[in-house]
Write a protein that binds this ligand. Structure first.
Ligand SMILES: N[C@@H](CCC(=O)N[C@@H](CS)C(=O)NCC(=O)O)C(=O)O
Length: 214
């Protein structure tokens, strides 16, 4: 059985949702960042981490999502098989990993971006992170105009990948996602999905002992 190591509210929410969409049996293991349990499967101490029964381990959210979509073509979560379909899926997966997710780092962990330990410096880094996230959200919001999902008419692993990031933005940006109506609509479409609700409930049920988001 496939095992997903996840932390509450983290980007691992994306493969968690995708596994639920696929509907094949899987195990979801909640871990703490940097714990021995997580370090045993991923030396970076990060989630998501995926383990197959034969001991094969895959890290990196984009790779995990692509792997799951390819492993289960019947779930139709890869965004299509054409040359350009595959290119678009890689495009948006890279965008979410490199441009959006990394834009949140200064917001989550400002102390990693300045050697100044003062509060003002920390606040300045967080504010710069907000600007970075907003720049990327402008791009994604514009792309979603006239589209129900990031890769077109059908949901895909890329929508699941965007979902935790929209939730982070709603919580952490000064104006939430009010300036991004198409992202809000995508969020609401996904949040109404019973499979997504099951995953959120599962993660929330363990929140009392869970690791903090990212
Ligand atoms: N590039 C990695 C980043 C994974 C990552 O940093 N995940 C965060 C949660 S969203 C994490 O585990 N952070 C813990 C840490 O950096 O110590 C990926 O895309 O999978």
């Amino acid at each position: 059985m496939t095992t997903l190591y996840y932390a509450v509210g983290a980007c691992s929410l994306a493969p968690h949702i995708v596994l639920e969409w696929i509907g094949a049996p899987y195990t979801a293991v909640r871990v703490q960042y940097g714990s021995d349990e997580l370090l045993a499967v991923n030396p970076a101490g990060a989630v998501p981490t995926l383990r197959e029964d034969d001991g094969w381990i895959l890290t990196q959210a984009g790779a995990i999502l692509d792997y799951l979509a390819s492993k289960h073509p019947e779930a139709r979560l890869g965004g299509g098989d054409g040359l350009r379909d595959r290119a678009e899926a890689h495009r948006w997966s890279s965008f979410l990993t490199s441009d959006v997710h990394s834009a949140f780092w200064p917001v989550f962990m400002p102390y990693r971006y300045t050697t100044d330990s003062g509060e003002a410096a920390k606040k300045a880094v967080v504010a710069a992170g907000h600007k970075l996230v907003e720049k990327q959200f402008d791009v994604l919001n514009g792309h979603l105009e006239g589209r129900d999902y990031i890769l077109g008419r059908e949901r895909s692993v890329i929508d699941a990948y965007a979902f935790p990031m929209i939730r982070w933005a709603a919580k952490l940006l000064p104006d939430g996602v009010t300036n991004y109506p198409h992202l809000q609509a995508l969020h609401d479409r996904l949040a109404a999905d019973p499979a997504v609700q099951r995953v959120l409930a599962r993660e929330a049920a363990k929140r009392s002992t869970a690791a903090a988001p990212a």
